[in-house]
Design a protein around this ligand. Structure first.
Ligand code: NAD
Length: 290
């Protein structure tokens, strides 16, 4: 389990934060929640910032940014699959936390005024109850695989029991067969966006995400370091469009800087489970309405 050094119990809202959230609530505004690996850290899934992402091939250590690439998959498909199966095994044992659950409460209260944009592939938002319709998995979803050659077979369910294996063991012939496209017999690949690939609408809801950002009245950022392209664009669109901007993170990051520069911004320092339930309560709760 990843431990966060910050205060972990529920934290009362600062008056300025309560005021910003109250304005959004009273205006019936649209909310975009943008989540990253940090929201799942308290569920025991490592972020990419620690050392957990390392993978050894031969005598070399590879970073996630090297493993999660199309170039690496072309060179070493089996190694890349073993790395993913190891990571998916960690995800399988994790459960959604109070941060994921708070966002489900927000979605149910706001309906079509809510969009969740997540960089996480771990499926914890869905397992907490988030709808597929309003959740944009902009970096893909570990629940699915697709043909690495784009032969047109579409999305196929990830063979779940493969995540139960020891990711470090070599693939058996039966496992290789399960990772073979039933249509063209090439490799299947995880349904995830690799670092050397581009966003698109079909797989990653790129246009829908930009549209939601343009229409947002509040951007609620949770647990992301802002190291990838589309989340940064979402932040900038919301900032220039005058949306309120709240960043939940135990550490300063590019979104907290943006929030602090924004007229209606607030850096809610703290962990997702400590901060989100109170923030959501202020946006939708009975206490907030009185
Ligand atoms: P990141 O690893 O770059 O940054 C994580 C952020 O979360 C940091 O800013 C950190 O301070 C913050 N954080 C740590 N603990 C937190 C907590 N308890 N509550 C709130 N915030 C916390 O993650 P990223 O910005 O999402 O980018 C990394 C890329 O790797 C993304 O593409 C992401 O999809 C992928 N990734 C996904 C998972 C997952 O699916 N769970 C895990 C690791 C990496």
């Amino acid at each position: 389990m990843i431990q966060c050094s910050c205060h972990n119990g529920p934290m009362p809202l600062e008056p300025r934060l309560r005021e910003i959230l109250g304005e959004v609530r009273d205006a019936g505004g649209r909310v975009v929640a943008l989540t990253g690996a940090g929201i799942s850290a308290e569920s025991g899934i490592p972020t990419f910032r620690g050392r957990d992402g390392f993978w050894v091939v031969g005598s070399r250590n590879y970073m996630p940014q090297e493993m999660a690439t199309h170039a690496m998959f072309l060179m070493e498909p089996e190694e890349v699959w073993r790395w993913y199966l190891h990571r998916f095994g960690v995800v399988r044992h994790a459960a959604p936390n109070a941060g994921h659950e708070a966002l489900v409460r927000l979605e149910r209260a706001l309906g079509e005024r809510f969009t969740l944009v997540t960089q996480n592939i771990d499926g914890l938002h869905r397992r907490a109850g988030a709808s597929d319709e309003r959740t944009h998995c902009i970096h893909g979803d570990a629940a699915w695989v697709r043909c690495a050659h784009d032969c047109g077979v579409g999305l196929l369910p990830h063979p779940a029991h493969l995540a139960a294996r020891d990711g470090r063991a070599p693939l058996s012939p039966a496992e290789r067969e399960e990772l073979t496209c039933p249509r063209c017999r090439g490799w299947l690949r995880p349904h995830v966006l690799w670092f050397d690939e581009c966003y698109d609408e079909e797989n990653y809801r790129f246009d829908s995400t930009l549209r939601a950002a343009r229409e947002a009245d509040l951007l609620l950022v949770v647990g992301t370091s802002g190291a990838t392209n589309l989340p940064v664009r979402v932040g900038q669109l919301c900032f220039t469009g005058g949306a309120a901007l709240v960043d939940v993170n135990p550490e300063e990051n590019p979104f907290s800087e943006l929030a602090e520069r924004s007229r209606r911004g607030f850096f809610a320092r703290g962990s997702a489970t400590a901060r989100l339930p109170e923030i959501v309560e202020a946006l939708v709760g009975e206490r907030a309405l009185s």
